[in-house]
Design a protein around this ligand. Structure first.
Ligand SMILES: C[S@@+](CC[C@H](N)C(=O)[O-])C[C@H]1O[C@@H](n2cnc3c(N)ncnc32)[C@H](O)[C@@H]1O
Length: 200
C-alpha cells in the first residue's frame, strides 16, 4: 500500500480533517502522560502538535517532528498562539538524527503503525535506540491488525521488536484509538506499548 501524501491530507483539513485529528490527546496516552520522564521529550510523527503541546504545557522541553511541512506549520502556529516553545521540525522518520538527542521520553502516536503499513519501519526502529537515553521511556500507540483494513501491527510483533538487549520492562496493553470521520466518532482496536531503553 502506497503512503498517502500527508501534506495533501493536512492541506484539506479545513474541509475534511484527517481521521486522527481529534483535537485532543488520544485517551490512552493522556492517561499515562504523568509517566513521561523529562526534561527532554521527543514526539515522533507529531502531526499538528496536539500531544507535543500537551507535553510542553506540562513543562517538558519538547522536540517534535513530522514529514509533513503543512502539519508542522500548523503546529508552530498553535504553539505561537499559546506562547509555548516547542522545537517543531520537518523530518522523515526513515532518516533520523537529532543534535538534541538523547531524549528522556519518546512518544509515537500513530507513526509506527503507518510505517509498518507503508514501509520505513525498519529504518525508524534502527534509529530509535540511539535517540533514547539509558532509562528513557518510549511510548507507542498504534492501531492493531485487529482493526482490519491492512493494519499490520500485533502485540507479538511489538514484543519481538522491543526486546533485549536494547529494551527492557516492555509492557503492552490493549487501547482504544479514537478517530473522527465526517464528524462521526470512531473507536479502533489498538495497542499501547511502554518500554525502557536499557543501559548500554
Ligand atoms: C496517524 S497520524 C498521527 C499524528 C499525530 N501523532 C496525532 O496523534 O495526531 C501519523 C503522522 O505520521 C506522519 N508520518 C508518516 N510518515 C512519516 C515519516 N516517514 N516521517 C515522519 N512523519 C511521518 C504523518 O504526516 C502524520 O502526521
Amino acid at each position: 500500500m502506497t503512503a498517502p501524501d500527508y501534506d495533501d491530507l493536512y492541506r484539506d483539513a479545513a474541509t475534511n480533517s484527517p481521521p486522527w485529528e481529534i483535537g485532543r490527546v488520544q485517551p490512552a496516552l493522556a492517561a499515562v502522560l504523568d509517566e513521561a520522564k523529562g526534561p527532554k521529550v521527543l514526539d515522533a510523527g507529531c502531526g499538528t502538535g496536539t500531544l507535543a503541546l500537551a507535553l510542553a504545557r506540562r513543562g517538558h522541553q519538547v522536540t517534535a517532528f513530522d514529514v509533513s511541512r503543512v502539519a508542522i506549520d500548523a503546529a508552530r502556529k498553535k504553539a505561537a498562539a499559546e506562547g509555548l516553545s516547542v522545537n517543531f521540525q520537518v523530518k522523515d522518520a526513515t532518516q533520523l538524527s537529532f543534535p538534541e538527542a538523547p531524549f528522556d521520553s519518546i512518544f509515537d502516536c500513530g507513526l509506527l503503525h503507518n510505517l509498518y503499513r507503508h514501509g520505513g519501519a525498519a529504518e525508524y526502529l534502527a534509529a530509535l535506540p540511539n535517540l533514547a537515553a539509558p532509562g528513557a521511556t518510549v511510548f507507542v500507540e498504534a492501531i492493531s491488525a485487529a482493526a482490519g483494513y491492512d493494519w499490520k501491527l500485533t502485540e507479538e510483533i511489538l514484543r519481538a521488536t522491543f526486546t533485549g538487549p536494547q529494551w527492557t520492562n516492555t509492557r503492552i496493553d490493549e487501547a482504544e484509538i479514537d478517530a473522527q470521520v465526517d464528524g462521526e466518532q470512531l473507536s479502533l482496536p489498538g495497542l499501547l506499548l511502554r518500554t525502557i531503553r536499557a543501559a548500554a
